[in-house]
Design a protein around this ligand. Structure first.
Ligand code: FAD
Ligand code: UDP
Length: 371
């Protein structure tokens, strides 16, 4: 008999399992995938750590989380500065003086601000959706070229039907600073995320290829408590209906050339290009192998965003009003099951970044009196 059965070996599950073991509890981790690490899984191909479920850049302002996670891996100095490609025109992201200069020819912050103010005037009052929020942040020109197409491809919905908060994640700066994140700490774990998660799970029994929901009764009989990090609606057999997710399809290509696009991420912000962005994985580790040698080949991934269908990997919770209401109902059902803790991006149906998931897992450990 185990104290805890942890369903899912992603960051939430791995942090919880690690702390439970450290507190002297017995833990079994199961994952339905053939590997650990959930969505942060990386696989080494041709010397390159490929982010198999999409590019993951660790960034946080939470010093406690940074100090915690850096116990399990060394982080490099990677800083995310994606480039936007709009029909062959290149712009710097996030929205900063380089972007404004390219868009409008403005040179000083004062000129840039005047341009934004002039364009944001069309939105009176509190922005009610993503389109209004975007225009009121950066004006219509940037909205049309750098936001509208990308966002509609990513979310499969009109920008007027999306919540404003999604776009508030992006910084707007009147300086020549193209660091995508407003974060004190940022980097990529040297050697890949899989190694980091393996370090968290060291000494813990993990059963892969094990779907908890397919064998629920037998598995839950093995432990006093369950920590479930899969989709909350799947746990309840979709009895109240399905929560919506966005999924992503990755098309990976190994290219016999050292440098395809000169940057880790290039976003295709027009509506017509079918992919949202292309990731060139080697640049997360500066194009070098662990010995510091230049890598001769490269691996790129085109990302295609799609509506989630049963059987697909759910990636992004769609946090609009309708799904929010449905989630609240599932949460009530979850609260009626005190022996099961629902955690993580899917268990809590929240658009969590990695640092937030780690913080949530640590909070959960504290509630369980494991810290
Ligand atoms: P997951 O990693 O999804 O882990 C859940 C695990 O549970 C999975 O391994 C799954 O197989 C398993 N599971 C589910 N159901 C069952 C079942 N029935 N039985 C057994 N196992 C089950 N965050 C950042 O901070 N920076 C980024 O740059 C970033 N980029 C992202 C890019 C993409 C494309 C996506 C989708 C997310 C990104 N994130 C990023 C967010 C980050 O991936 C998540 O915050 C984090 O990985 C969530 O961890 P988790 O443990 O909650 O979930
Ligand atoms: N976004 C955009 N253009 C871009 C990049 C992002 O309009 O070139 C918008 C898009 O709506 C996206 C949101 O900004 O959903 C947040 O972007 P972020 O990169 O944080 O999204 P993530 O993929 O990390 O969830």
């Amino acid at each position: 008999m185990y104290d805890y059965l942890v369903v899912g070996s992603g960051l939430f599950g791995a942090v919880f399992a690690h702390e439970a073991k450290r507190a002297g509890k017995s833990v079994l981790v199961v994952d339905k995938r053939p590997h650990i690490a959930g969505n942060v899984y990386t696989e080494k191909i041709e010397g390159i750590n490929v982010h198999k479920y999409g590019a993951h850049i660790f960034h946080t302002n939470n010093r406690q989380v940074w100090e915690y996670i850096t116990q399990f891996a060394e982080f490099n100095r990677f800083t995310n500065s994606p480039v936007a490609n709009y029909k062959g025109e290149l712009f710097s992201l996030p929205f900063n003086m380089y972007t404004f200069n390219k868009m409008w020819g403005v040179v000083t912050p004062e000129e840039a601000l005047a341009k934004i103010e002039e364009q944001r005037r069309e939105i009176g009052g509190q922005p009610r959706n993503l389109e209004e929020q975007a225009i009121s942040l950066v004006g219509r020109d940037i909205y049309e070229k750098l936001i509208k197409g990308y966002t509609e491809k990513q979310w499969g919905r009109d920008c007027r039907e999306l919540p404003a908060f999604i776009i508030k994640r992006l910084p707007v700066r009147l300086t020549f600073d193209n660091n995508y994140f407003n974060a004190l700490y940022q980097g990529i774990p040297v050697g890949g995320y899989t190694k980091l998660v393996a370090n968290l799970l060291e000494g813990i029994e993990v059963r892969l290829n094990t779907d908890y929901l397919a064998d629920k009764a037998a598995l839950e009989a093995l432990a006093d408590k369950v920590v479930y990090t899969g989709p909350i609606d799947a746990y309840f057999d979709y009895q109240l209906g399905t929560l919506e997710y966005r999924s992503v399809r990755f098309e990976n290509e190994l290219l016999d050339m050292p440098n395809y696009q000169g940057n880790a991420a290039v976003n295709y912000t027009d509506r017509e290009t079918p992919w949202t962005r292309i990731i060139e994985h080697k640049w997360f580790e500066f194009g070098k192998d662990e010995a510091g040698n230049d890598l001769p080949k490269t691996i790129i991934s085109r990302e295609y965003s799609s509506e989630w269908q049963p059987g697909d990997e759910p990636y992004y919770p769609v946090n609009d009003e309708q799904n929010g209401r449905l989630y609240a109902q599932y949460k009530k059902l979850a609260e009626a099951e005190p022996e099961v803790i629902f955690g993580g991006r899917l268990g809590e149906y929240k658009y969590y970044d990695m640092d937030q998931v780690i913080a949530a897992a640590l909070r959960c450990c504290a509630e369980e009196k494991l810290l």
